[in-house]
Design a protein around this ligand. Structure first.
Ligand code: 5GP
Length: 262
């Protein structure tokens, strides 16, 4: 499938023009960043795994009526997606308190929340993706209307229900995750689509019994065995098998890790 010009390059993905109007090709890189770009590395094979894991989750969400930008995976690193106008908000869903929530509020790490908690961050690297209230989103029109925000909240909760069950069935606790949404014209109608990716880069996934981290926190916290953890998630989801073609990708150790001092 021919790629058009590069539309956007992010930290972990590149977006190219797709073969038809309204489509794009999403390319998964091996680059990893954390702490607002202060920590950077290349993790060989990460893009291949995230492409497969995200395809698996988004296609399952499509099947239960949660509309996503995914059209199809086209190769080891790329997906054909609908081109959306992305909303500048990260929707964070939490089932267990950890990460920035515990730091911000002093809640003990691992506290189980009585119901899923949705938080919103304004997507802005210069400002460090600050936490915002619903009122900011509506006031500054980061989402079209209050009713769109309500619809997205419902989509977040449905996605959480589905993913919690899916992961629980394979012995993984879905601690928290980040979603992004966009608007696209689908058959003449402006439609809210779940966009970006859902992968161990964007979720916290803990082994149910040992609480071993199977996600990007292994990179953030220098825990090592990052690729092995992502492979474990893919293997449990039934996406890759011990002897699958994915193993032909050489999984090396992360290369240089740069930590810039402020
Ligand atoms: P926290 O706010 O605790 O750092 O992150 C909450 C959840 O959202 C985690 O699962 C984390 O991976 C995800 N998340 C939040 N912001 C980002 C982001 O900018 N990039 C990625 N990949 N994930 C994020």
């Amino acid at each position: 499938m021919n790629k058009g010009k590069k539309l956007y390059e992010g930290k972990a993905k590149i977006l190219y023009e797709g073969p038809e109007k309204g489509t794009a090709i999403q390319h998964f890189k091996d680059d990893a960043t954390a702490f607002n770009n202060l920590k950077k590395s290349t993790i060989e094979g990460k893009g291949v795994l995230n492409n497969r894991i995200s395809e698996h989750i988004l296609s399952n969400l499509n099947q239960i009526g949660i509309k996503t930008h995914l059209i199809k995976r086209i190769n080891m690193r790329e997906q054909l997606v609908r081109l959306v106008e992305i909303m500048p908000v990260e929707f964070i869903v939490r089932n267990v308190a950890t990460g920035s929530l515990t730091k911000r509020l002093g809640i003990p790490d691992g506290t189980i929340l009585s119901k899923p908690l949705i938080e919103y961050s304004y997507k802005n690297d210069e400002l460090g993706d600050p936490l915002v209230a619903r009122e900011h989103i509506i006031e500054f029109k980061w989402v079209k209307s209050e009713s769109h925000l309500n619809i997205i909240n419902d989509l977040c909760l449905r996605t959480n229900d589905f993913m919690q069950g899916m992961f629980r069935g394979i012995g993984i606790k879905l601690v928290d995750f980040k979603l992004e949404f966009g608007i696209a014209n689908v058959d003449g109608v402006d439609t809210i689509l779940l966009a970006d990716e859902i992968s161990p880069d964007t979720c916290r996934l803990w082994d149910l019994l040992s609480e071993k981290k199977l996600d990007k926190d292994r990179f953030r916290k220098d825990l090592g065995n990052i690729i092995q953890a992502y492979q474990e998630v893919a293997r449990r989801l039934g996406i890759i098998h011990e002897e699958s073609n994915i193993s032909t990708v050489k999984f090396g150790k992360p290369k240089a890790v740069n930590i810039k001092k402020k």
